[in-house]
Ligand binder design. Structure first.
Ligand SMILES: O=C(CO)[C@@H](O)[C@H](O)[C@H](O)[C@H](O)COP(=O)(O)O
Length: 437
């Protein structure tokens, strides 16, 4: 811990050589994209279950999340080129997080220290040694998976511990998801979350729990046990409200005198909403319906921010604040544009607001750095968002259906990734045994 923290601290003090390149230039040169980071920065590293893989199969989707948040530029910043990310954080209070993952996590150090971004080593063979040892000592595939994941999470927690401390527990988290196969099971999710938290045993870990109906009580219970949670797969306002309530209920039930170390983020998925609603609008096919394509996701997100502000104010919330409680931050997930006809910053620029997190995969991040504009947009036109939300409903878009359908697909895809990962581990184990024979 100390060595990495010191390393980070000393690197923060040195003047980083950073530069920017446009995504077009990057593609042309086919080199790792580099972009500037301030000399002092905060990074959050997050890992989702589907990201830790031993090998990549064609078409297999890997959704790890390395999350980097720029903080204040201190010093003169002369060797540091500012990017829109700095403005996002410093001017608007939104944390830009980068979705990616690599092993070893120490490969992230250049990103944190010098501002040089190296693409995640998605085809890494870095897991081989540990995996081989596990297989040879008779550990089964599922257990091996968790051993590999826990090690990554611990390494990442160590890497970001100084950030956690510097930010007084506000940032520097690493998140790891309970098995998606448990998404329908309240009690097992609670047990799995507690176990995972115990196994990782780091202050700056987020246990990731899906916002399925059966897992809402799990979230409350896990929070009540003083465990910080990243609630994932939120697709509707109704479910988002239930997530906030679970967080508040959990804080109230915790019995802790100091709530400042129990934190949470609510991961609200954006682009997938448009993907589904656009299809429904195309089926309707009227000019009015077609005109609303590409507008549903951001309208709903803007209303989610209104809900956030409402729920984290008033006497109930103030009573918790007195015990040190921190707001559960809204996190925009699924921000890359799926329809190439849309602007590539569609799910970033219109969702800028204080106390929020914007997770961006490469595509969205590079686009935003290249030509994004920074301004508080999330509540710039709430009545327009309401108008769109209601107009969609009038046209026959059932928001309840949209939420549950996307949740179904989301959980299903997490499960598929998880199972396919276990399958590829099994294949790998088989081949290792053959090699060893
Ligand atoms: O983990 C979270 C949020 O909790 C995010 O990393 C989240 O998994 C990703 O943003 C999404 O999986 C990406 O979604 P999409 O672009 O495939 O629709």
């Amino acid at each position: 811990m100390a060595s990495i923290s010191k390393l980070s601290a000393s690197a923060f003090a040195s003047s980083a050589t950073s530069f920017t390149r446009s995504s077009q230039q990057q593609q042309q040169q086919n080199q790792p994209m580099c972009f500037a980071y301030p000399r002092k920065r905060i990074a959050i590293f997050e890992k989702s279950i589907s990201s830790s893989k031993l090998s990549v199969r064609a078409g297999q989707r890997i959704a790890g999340s390395l999350i980097v948040r720029c903080s204040k530029v201190d010093g003169n910043g002369s060797s540091v080129k500012r990017t829109t990310l700095h403005d996002l954080y410093e001017k608007e209070g939104q944390s830009p997080w980068y979705d990616n993952l690599c092993r070893p996590v120490t490969d992230l150090i250049p990103l944190i220290e010098s501002g040089i971004f190296q693409k995640a080593i998605s085809t890494s063979s870095a897991y081989n040694d540990q995996f081989k040892q596990l297989v040879q000592s008779g550990v089964d595939i599922k257990m091996s998976y968790w051993e590999l994941v826990v090690k990554d999470i611990q390494d990442a927690c160590k890497l970001f511990e100084s950030i956690y401390d510097d930010s007084d527990g506000g940032d520097g988290y690493v998140s790891v998801e309970v098995s998606p196969l448990l998404a329908d099971d309240t009690e097992t999710t609670i047990q799995a979350a507690k176990l995972l938290h115990k196994k990782v045993n780091r202050r700056n870990v987020y246990i990731k729990i899906p916002a399925t109906a059966p897992c809402i009580p799990s979230i409350k219970e896990v929070i009540a046990n003083g465990i910080s949670v990243n609630v994932t797969l939120i697709f509707s306002l109704a479910r988002y409200e239930a997530v906030i309530d679970a967080y508040l209920d959990g804080l109230e039930a915790s019995g802790l005198n100091d709530l400042s170390r129990v934190t949470s983020v609510a991961s609200f998925f954006v682009s997938r909403v448009d993907s589904l609603v656009d299809k429904l609008l195309e089926k309707i096919g009227t000019p009015e319906a077609l005109d609303l394509r590409g507008k549903a996701a951001n309208a709903q997100a803007a209303l989610a921010f209104q809900l956030y502000q409402k729920k984290f104010s008033g006497p109930r919330w103030e009573a918790l604040v007195k015990k040190g409680a921190k707001k559960q931050r809204l996190l925009w997930a699924s921000t890359s544009v799926k329809n190439p006809a849309y602007p590539d910053t569609l799910y970033v620029a219109p969702l800028v607001g204080p106390d929020t997190v914007s997770t961006m995969p490469d595509q969205a991040l590079l686009a935003f750095i290249d030509h994004g504009t920074v301004a508080r947009t999330i509540d710039a036109n709430v009545s327009e968002a309401e108008g769109i939300y209601n107009a969609l409903e009038k046209l026959g878009i059932d928001w309840g259906y949209v939420g549950s359908q996307l949740e179904l697909e989301g959980v299903d895809s997490f499960k598929k990734s998880f199972n396919s990962l276990l399958d590829s581990m099994q294949e790998k184990a088989n081949s290792m045994k053959l090699v060893n024979m």
